[in-house]
Design a protein around this ligand. Sequence first.
Ligand code: SAH
Ligand code: MG
Length: 197
Amino acid sequence: MLNENIIKQIRDYADKNNVPIMMDEGINYLTNYILENGVKRILEVGTAIGYSAIMMCGVNSDITVTTIERDEKRYLEAVKNIKKMELEDRIDLIYNDALEVNLDGTYDLIFIDAAKAQNIKFFEKFENNLNDNGTIITDNMNFHGLVDKEISEIESRNLRQLVRKVKNYKDFLNYNERYETVFLDIGDGLAVSKKRK
Ligand code: SAH
Ligand code: MG
């Protein structure tokens, strides 16, 4: 069982420091998915301060997570949090840009929750590490509700670019012949992609 006090401290830290950790609805979906599908080995792209990695580990004592973070401050905070939770044996934390990381292992679940503009690259890189019955889940598919808006309605140019990228990723998933994807209106929007048989 996870220590609820420490979990609360991690959530408070995220709140105060604007760290975009998963919302309750999303994390509940994810942990249920792990439980119901007997997921054991997880790869996460985008650790932030370790919140989702810790929550996923909390489902069962035989779950392991490999998770990647490129921001030093967040990485260091994640190291602290994982230590506090005594999950150092089960969470392998990698400090690097995910696109530079090459992994040999295979995973039952790959959770993509990093730079939204790079989702296609993350998917294409790490699908090589997915088990045949594995699933890739991507967070923030609604991009704070902006994906449903007309691009021309969005004022900031940077934001328009990002929203375009999220839409491109949606198309990439929709037209992907190897994967079947379901989009769920949970939290900030999840994409659940499974290999076609
Ligand atoms: N999954 C976390 C939240 C992740 S927030 C949770 O729910 O608790 C997204 C994180 O991805 C940020 O901390 C950001 O620094 C990291 N990130 C973005 N692009 C990355 C990349 N290319 N490689 C590694 N980390 C990346
Ligand atoms: Mg997210």
